[in-house]
Design a protein around this ligand. Structure first.
Ligand code: ZN
Length: 72
C-alpha cells in the first residue's frame, strides 16, 4: 500500500528517497508571478506578507532534493 505524503505550509517530516530516511523538510515559500500580479492590480501589498497566495516547496535539508509542494 502506497501512502501519499500531503504537504502543508510548514516544515514537516517526510521521506527523502535520496537520503533513504525520514527528514524534516525545508519549507521554501514561493512568491510566484500570480502573487505579484495580484499586488500590482489591487495595490494590496499586504498580500506579500501573508502566506495565503504562496505555494511552498518542500526540500530535503540534507541533500536539497525536491520532495513535494504545498499548493493553495
Ligand atoms: Zn535527502
Amino acid at each position: 500500500m502506497q501512502t501519499t505524503t500531503v504537504f502543508g505550509p510548514d516544515s514537516q517530516q517526510a521521506y527523502c528517497p535520496n537520503c533513504g530516511k525520514n527528514v524534516m523538510t525545508y519549507a521554501e515559500p514561493k512568491t510566484n508571478l500570480i502573487t505579484w500580479l495580484i499586488c500590482l492590480f489591487t495595490g494590496f501589498w499586504c498580500i506579500l506578507c501573508c502566506d495565503c497566495t504562496k505555494d511552498v516547496d518542500h526540500r530535503c535539508p540534507i541533500c536539497a532534493t525536491y520532495l513535494g509542494a504545498y499548493r493553495r
